[in-house]
Design a protein. Sequence first.
Length: 291
Amino acid sequence: MADTDDLSAGGRFEPTVPARAEISRLKGSTALDWGMQSRLARVFRPETGRTVMLAIDHGYFQGPTTGLERVDLSIVPLLPYADALMTTRGMVRSTIPPTSRTPVVLRASGGPSILKELSDEQLAVSMEDAARLNAAMVAVQVFIGGEHETQSVHNMTRLVDEGQRYGIPVLAVTAVGRDLTRDARYLRLATRICAELGAHAVKTYYCAEDFDTVTAACPVPVVMAGGKKLPELEALTMAYRAVEAGAAGVDMGRNIFQSVHPAAMIRAVASVVHESVKPEEAYDLLLERGE
Ligand code: 5RP
């Protein structure tokens, strides 16, 4: 029999206290459903609205990349320092410990290898499998100005439709072909198209001039892509300038896992992104921790 002895109406109704309503500070997300906002809050720290995403998905088109030969040895120890891990379902199932608390941003497009035309991608993961893997977000490459531009945009819009059904947000990754210029004009075009067509966040490259116009014109969070390996101080400076110009953090791969001190580097990047530590100071920290 149910124990109903101390069941009473209670007195703590506080009728004069308005109901608490915490609104997400993440750009463009206030009208999203609860599941979407919750997943975004796992990727973008609610305190700063920014993320340090560690990108290790390179193998999906270029095979074993320097620094990713053994993800179990090189990347797994870095997981506690990353706000999110961008990777493939193959790597998640084979190598990433399910006990890790770092959310996964799942690479969901693919097809061509570096031996072929890269823009010829198709969707490579179903949203059902993304949900099964507890993905916090899915990522899709969009090739604005590329040979298969429309197909890649269509991949993204289909993924957004599916993401809306499952409450899983979509990160559009703007891939810049070799013959395109990574200037603010191009990046504004690419990021805005992705956002207009439904991406919940956009990853794009940094440009030294007018990057603030790229972030301002994009109604959803812009995450700075890392790109090829730079000297650590330069990479930290680029991250610093990007967040100062309105980026909601970074998604860096080679600049972290190809560093001589990957753990110290990701921690230095996090101090720049989340605490606005100046790049020189973050670099000093890196040297201290890397010894
Ligand atoms: C290409 C990608 C990558 O596969 C990867 O995430 C790139 O990381 P990085 O350039 O920082 O090494 O998204 O656009």
